[in-house]
Design a protein around this ligand. Structure first.
Ligand code: GRG
Length: 286
């Protein structure tokens, strides 16, 4: 199948499900439901839930058996973006070319909308237990993994380093570690979710985690390059592009994508979609 069509098809499945699961804008207290929907339907690429669906597909599981967990992870991602933009963190007035959540709804509601999306995210992961062929034990494992990958040892901790470390003081290893936590952790979780819900074995989980870590690192390096090339943001921040320039960022992201694809060897041809997804992350323009 044409890969562009695959992405579009899965994006539609995810958006329809998200619309179905989220409270309507009219439901009281209406303002927070409006704020949540504003950011959830604000033009995201849906990379993380697409990765969950694609990983489940590798184990011949259809989208229907993992869709709630996939959407839960997208809600957690959206929570992190709303909080990231707040004046007390990155102070960004725009997200995806539109006014950021706090610019439209005010800081207090934006903060609460982020909190609510985090809670709903966990709720949807738990509700994935209602879907066909899912073991309760896998859901427990996934909840534990979610807490770990978004907690202070990973996404949250990465965000702390992002706002406290200075570009001039950070080493390559330190930057790698920061990217692993801030960005690669949630990407790894998205992939591991698809694998755990499909009863993958340890060897398969290990290979998929290596794939996730490497595409996650590449994703952040590409993101920093796009920021610099498109609107000169992040000046002085600890980013690969600021420290090593565009040329080295490009070759490092290409190297990481190669390592990611090589780590899928044990799956043979069945992992073709995950390989195409890795290539797509390298060539994306937003
Ligand atoms: C609880 C205060 C508090 C914060 C939560 C803010 C935070 C912790 C974590 C944020 C981490 C973060 C923003 C990492 C950046 C990752 C990244 C490159 C996001 C953009 O992802 P895309 O391009 O987004 O997939 P779209 O727009 O497609 O949804």
């Amino acid at each position: 199948m044409n890969f562009k069509k695959y992405l579009e098809g899965n994006k539609n499945i995810i958006e329809m499900a998200l619309d179905d699961y989220l409270p309507s804008e009219e439901k009281p207290p209406s303002i927070i439901h409006k704020a949540m929907r504003y950011s959830v339907f604000g033009g995201g690429k849906r990379i993380r839930p697409i990765l969950t669906l694609a990983t489940a597909e590798l184990f011949e599981r259809d989208a229907e058996s993992v869709i709630k967990a996939a959407c839960g992870i997208e809600l957690i991602h959206t929570f992190s973006l709303i909080h990231d933009d707040l004046p007390c963190i990155d102070n960004d007035d725009f997200r995806r070319g539109k006014p950021s959540n706090h610019k439209v709804f005010g800081e207090a509601i934006a903060l609460l909308a982020g909190d609510a999306l985090l809670v709903y995210g966990f709720d949807l992961i738990i509700k994935n237990s209602e879907l066909k062929g899912i073991k309760k034990q896998s859901i427990l494992k996934l909840i534990k993994e979610t807490s770990f990958y978004i907690g202070t040892e990973n996404m949250l901790g990465g965000q702390v380093e992002d706002i406290t470390l200075k570009s001039e003081n950070i080493t390559k290893e330190g930057l790698n570690n920061l990217y692993m936590k801030k960005t690669a952790a949630l990407i790894c979780l998205s992939i591991r979710a698809g694998a755990i819900l499909s009863d993958a074995n340890q060897r398969q989980l290990k290979a998929l985690t290596k794939y996730g870590e490497n595409i996650g690192l590449a994703f952040q390096i590409v993101d920093d390059m796009l920021d610099i090339m498109q609107d000169q943001r992040n000046m002085g921040k600890p980013t690969y592009a600021n420290k090593y320039g565009i040329k080295e960022s490009k070759s490092e992201s290409e190297r990481l994508i190669k390592v990611a694809k090589d780590s899928l060897k044990i799956f043979g041809k069945k992992a073709e979609t995950l390989r195409s997804l890795a290539d797509y992350l390298l060539t994306r323009r937003k």
